[in-house]
Design a binder for this molecule. Structure first.
Ligand code: NAD
Length: 324
C-alpha cells in the first residue's frame, strides 16, 4: 500500500540535481533531543510513518544532539527495509557540538563519520552547516573544493550550503564555478512572519541552484506550545507570534497547519523541512499538506494572522561572525 499512500504528497524537482523531493521534508534535529521523552522505538515509528505517508527527504547534521540525530535516523532508515534509492538523505559538515571547523581535513573526516552513523554508503546531499560562522572565503577556496572531491569519489551526490543570513548565499555562489554548489538550505526566511527568501528565488533559479527552506514554524515560534527558552528571536517577534498562536487557538484553528501550508505555497521552493518528533506530529503535518493540495489554505485566518504579524514582518536576529 506504499504506492497509494505515496501518491499523496507532491514531489518537486530539486534544482538541476534530478532528485525529486517531497514538498515536505523530515527535519531530524528533534531526533537528537527527544530521547528523554521518547524511546528509540518511538523514533523509528515516527520516521517509518513519515516515509509511509510519502515523505522521502530526511535532513540531519552531526551537530544535532551531538551526533545522536544521525545515529537515530540511521537506525530508523535501516528499519524501513526499502531500497536506498527510495529515500533522500542530507547531512552537514563544519558544525559540531565542539564548535565550527570548515577545514578540508575536517570535512573529509566528517563525511566518513556521518556515513558510519547513518549506516549509509553515500549521501544524497552534504551541506556546509551554518557557513556564516566560518570564513566565507575559506568556504569558497577550501571547503567547497574538498566537497567536490568527495562528490567525485561518490561519497555524496550533491553539495549544499546552509545558514541564516541570505547574503551568504550570493557571496558564495558569485565566487564558485556554476554547478559547484547544487543546493542551498535557508531557514526562517520563508514563513508567515518572514518572506525575505522570496526576493532571492530568481537569482537562485538563474544559477540552477535548488532551494530547500527549513523551519516553517519559525523553530517553534508558530506553535501553540511556543519555542524553547533559548530561541534567538527578539522579544517583540516572540510576543507577536504568541499572539498569533492564541488567536488561532481561540478560533479553533491550528497555527502549525496554517504556517506549514503558507510555506508550501511557493513551488520555487522544492522542499519545506519541518522538525518532527512524534507520529502524531507527522500525521498532523502530512494532513496539512494533503488538505492544502485539495482544499487550499484558510484565507480568512491567514489574513488575520498576517495582520497580527505585520508589525514584526521580516524581523530576524543576528547570526555568525563578522566577515573580514
Ligand atoms: P520548525 O519550524 O520546523 O519547528 C519544529 C518544532 O515544531 C519542533 O519543536 C517540533 O516538535 C514542533 N512541531 C512540528 N510539527 C508540529 C505540530 N504539528 N504541532 C505542534 N508542534 C509541532 O523548526 P526546526 O525543527 O528547527 O527546523 C526544521 C528542520 O530544518 C530541522 O529539523 C533541520 O533538519 C532543518 N534546519 C536546518 C538548519 C540549518 O541547516 N542551519 C536550520 C534550521 C533548521
Amino acid at each position: 500500500c506504499y504506492s497509494v499512500a505515496m501518491a499523496k504528497i507532491e514531489l518537486r524537482p530539486l534544482g538541476n540535481t534530478g532528485l525529486k523531493v517531497s514538498s515536505v521534508g523530515f527535519g531530524a534535529s528533534p531526533l537528537g533531543s527527544v530521547l528523554s521523552q521518547a524511546t528509540e522505538d518511538d523514533v523509528i515509528a515516527t520516521v517509518r510513518h513519515a516515509f509511509q505517508l510519502g515523505i522521502n527527504f530526511f535532513d540531519t547534521s552531526p551537530y544535532y544532539g551531538g551526533t545522536l540525530s544521525e545515529k537515530m535516523l540511521g537506525k530508523a532508515l535501516k528499519a524501513l527495509h526499502v531500497p536506498r534509492s527510495d529515500y533522500i538523505v542530507a547531512t552537514k559538515c563544519g558544525r559540531y557540538k565542539e564548535g565550527f571547523d570548515f577545514s578540508a581535513e575536517r570535512v573529509r573526516k566528517s563525511i566518513d563519520e556521518s556515513l558510519e552513523r547513518l549506516q549509509l554508503d553515500y549521501l544524497d546531499i552534504l551541506h556546509c552547516h551554518d557557513i556564516e560562522f566560518g570564513s566565507l572565503d575559506q568556504i569558497v577556496s577550501e571547503t567547497i573544493p574538498a566537497l567536490q572531491k568527495l562528490k567525485q569519489e561518490g561519497k555524496t551526490k550533491f553539495i549544499g550550503i546552509t545558514g541564516l543570513p541570505l547574503n551568504i548565499f550570493t557571496y558564495v555562489l558569485d565566487r564558485v564555478p556554476p554547478g559547484t554548489v547544487d543546493v542551498i538550505l535557508s531557514y526562517c526566511h520563508y514563513g508567515m512572519n518572514d518572506t525575505t527568501l522570496f526576493d532571492l528565488l530568481p537569482y537562485l533559479k538563474s544559477k540552477g541552484v535548488g532551494v530547500i527552506s527549513a523551519a516553517p514554524l519559525a523553530m517553534g515560534l508558530l506553535t501553540e506550545q511556543g519555542p524553547h527558552e533559548r530561541h534567538p528571536a527578539p522579544q517583540e517577534l516572540k510576543s507577536a507570534c504568541k499572539a498569533a498562536a492564541s488567536h488561532c487557538k481561540t478560533k479553533g484553528k491550528k497555527i502549525t497547519k496554517l504556517a506549514l501550508q503558507y510555506s508550501l505555497g511557493n513551488k520555487e521552493i522544492s522542499s519545506v523541512l519541518v522538525g518532527m518528533s512524534s507520529v502524531s506530529q507527522v500525521e498532523e503535518n502530512v494532513a496539512a499538506v494533503t488538505e492544502l493540495q485539495g482544499l487550499g489554505i484558510d484565507q480568512e485566518t491567514l489574513s488575520e494572522v498576517k495582520a497580527i504579524l505585520e508589525p514584526v514582518k521580516n524581523l530576524t536576529w543576528p547570526s555568525g561572525i563578522e566577515q573580514k
